[in-house]
Design a protein around this ligand. Structure first.
Ligand code: RB5
Length: 155
C-alpha cells in the first residue's frame, strides 16, 4: 500500500505522529507537506493530494488540518474520493469496512496525537467488507459518472 500524507499548518503534530506510525508499520508513503512556517490554505494541499489518490498514483491518503473539516470537504470534491473525517476508533474501522474510504481526514484541534495514531492504525489495517456495501458505493460512483457525462455534454 502506498499512502500520501498531507496537512496544513494546524496539522503538523499529528502529521508527524502518523508519519512515525507509517515508518513503524513499514508502509510506503510520501509526505506532500506543508513545511508550514506560515499559515497556508488547506485546499492548496487537499485538492492536489486527492487528485493523486483518485488517479491511482497512491492507494490511500491521510489529510490533516485543525478540524479535519476543510481537508475532508476539499478532498470529497474530487471524483473517486471517499474521504472520512474521523475522531474515534469505531468510525475508523467502520468507514473502511462499509465505505471503503480512500482518504482519512483528522483534526489536530479536535483529537490528540495518541488517539490520532490509533485511528490511523485501525484505518490502515482494516479491509473493506464488500458485498452490500459495494453496491451502495456503486450508487455513489454511478452518480459521479452521470455528472461527468452531463458536464461533457454526453447526456
Ligand atoms: C486553520 O486555521 C484551520 O481553519 C484549518 O486548519 C482547518 O481547521 C479548516 O477546516
Amino acid at each position: 500500500m502506498k499512502v500520501l500524507i498531507t496537512g496544513d499548518h494546524a496539522g503538523m503534530t499529528i502529521r508527524n505522529e502518523v508519519i512515525k506510525l507509517l515508518d513503524e508499520l513499514n508502509i510506503e508513503y510520501e509526505d506532500a507537506g506543508c513545511s508550514c512556517e506560515h499559515s497556508v490554505d488547506y485546499p492548496d494541499y487537499a485538492l492536489p493530494a486527492a487528485e493523486q489518490v483518485a488517479s491511482g498514483e497512491f492507494d490511500r491518503g491521510i489529510f490533516i488540518c485543525g478540524t479535519g473539516i476543510g481537508m475532508s470537504i476539499s478532498a470529497n470534491k474530487v471524483r473517486g474520493i471517499r474521504c472520512a473525517l474521523v475522531s474515534d476508533v469505531y468510525s475508523a474501522e467502520l468507514t473502511r469496512r462499509h465505505n471503503d474510504s480512500n482518504v482519512l481526514a483528522l483534526g489536530e484541534r479536535v483529537i490528540g496525537p495518541g488517539l490520532a495514531r490509533e485511528i490511523a492504525r485501525t484505518w490502515l489495517e482494516t479491509e473493506f467488507d464488500g458485498g452490500r456495501h459495494a453496491d451502495r458505493i456503486e450508487k455513489v460512483t454511478a452518480y459521479e459518472t452521470h455528472q461527468s457525462k452531463q458536464e461533457a455534454g454526453e447526456l
